[in-house]
Write a new protein. Structure first.
Length: 308
């Protein structure tokens, strides 16, 4: 089983589901309301244990999986964040079930919010989906409160019509912009402008002392400011050490690392390339003429373990 991380909230603890939770989950689903929106009710202990067994056998992407929801050490619910079994493309889907004895206190919202933030912020997912039965009005209201958008409907899980909801990342807490003061604007444009352009950034603003490039909501500025107190960047001094940027694949990292030599960059840690950051971290480390360092990191899911 691929165990997901423990998530803590003000009142709850979400931790990996274990085989020892079987009796507690059977007790939860003994209440017919827990599976009222399922195609087949889970009030029979054997059905519940079979369902728990399927969840325990999960072996999907790291950081996702199935959680037991605890309050003061008591298992009061069940939750999941894993690739959807109903929607195409293995999109990540959220689900949660909470004992009615603990209802009406905002605990389901608290648990679902923790899972959503784990997915969008902790795992950096591009979206999280939820499928909610048409008749399950309370759960529809819950996901709407969390910012999910209703994008349609359809028959799912063999239990009739469902609403399809999606949550997207917020810009809250993300980098607004990064500003680098450089000793020579021309050299900065040659190295940074080329690299950022290769990574999909586009020129955003230009003025006599500087230029910026934008990617999504974030932009990067290079400027020869009149307030410069020196002519040399020292990355080992207090301050900025380096920028690390995602790259779509290992092949693309290799390609950029080679081409960068023609645009004012030189390799760092060449004897350890491409695993200078560790055996599971495929990256190129480059330094430009003015001493700025950049790390080009293959996106998660594309890194491999260094062969023996």
């Amino acid at each position: 089983m691929n165990n997901p991380p423990t998530l803590e909230t003000a009142r709850l603890r979400l931790r990996a589901l274990t085989e020892a939770d079987g009796d507690a989950i059977v007790k939860l689903f003994a209440d017919p309301a827990m599976s009222a929106h399922f195609a087949v009710p889970l009030t029979e202990p054997d059905r519940v244990r079979e369902m728990v067994g399927r969840r325990l056998s999960y072996d999907g992407p790291a950081g996702m999986g199935h959680w037991a929801i605890e309050r003061d050490g008591e298992v009061i619910g069940l939750a999941h964040l894993r690739p959807s079994q109903e929607l195409p493309g293995d999109v990540p889907e959220i689900g949660y079930y909470l004992s009615r004895a603990h209802g009406g206190q905002g605990l389901a919202t608290e648990a679902a919010k923790a899972l959503l933030e784990h997915g969008l912020v902790g795992l950096g997912l591009s979206s999280v989906w939820a499928l909610v039965g048409e008749s399950n009005v309370s759960s529809q209201n819950l996901v709407r409160r969390l910012g999910f958008l209703d994008v349609g409907g359809g028959d799912h899980y063999g239990s009739g019509p469902h609403r399809v909801f999606v949550a997207l990342p917020s810009d809250h807490g993300r980098a607004h912009h990064i500003e680098l003061w450089v000793p020579d604007l021309g050299r900065a444009e040659e190295s940074w402008g080329w690299l950022l352009g290769e990574l999909g950034w586009r020129e955003f603003q230009r003025w006599p002392a500087g230029v910026s490039w934008k990617h999504g909501a974030t932009y990067l500025v290079v400027e020869r400011s009149p307030g410069l107190s020196g002519e040399k960047h020292e990355r080992t001094a207090p301050g900025l050490n380096h920028l690390a940027l995602h790259v779509e694949s290992r092949d693309r990292v290799d390609e950029l690392a080679a081409k960068a030599l023609e645009h004012g960059w030189s390799p760092m840690f060449a004897d350890k390339y491409p695993y200078a950051g560790g055996d599971h971290h495929y990256a190129a480390y480059l330094e430009n003429t003015d001493g700025f360092e950049v790390e080009l990191v293959a996106l998660p899911g594309t890194e491999v373990t260094r062969p023996d």
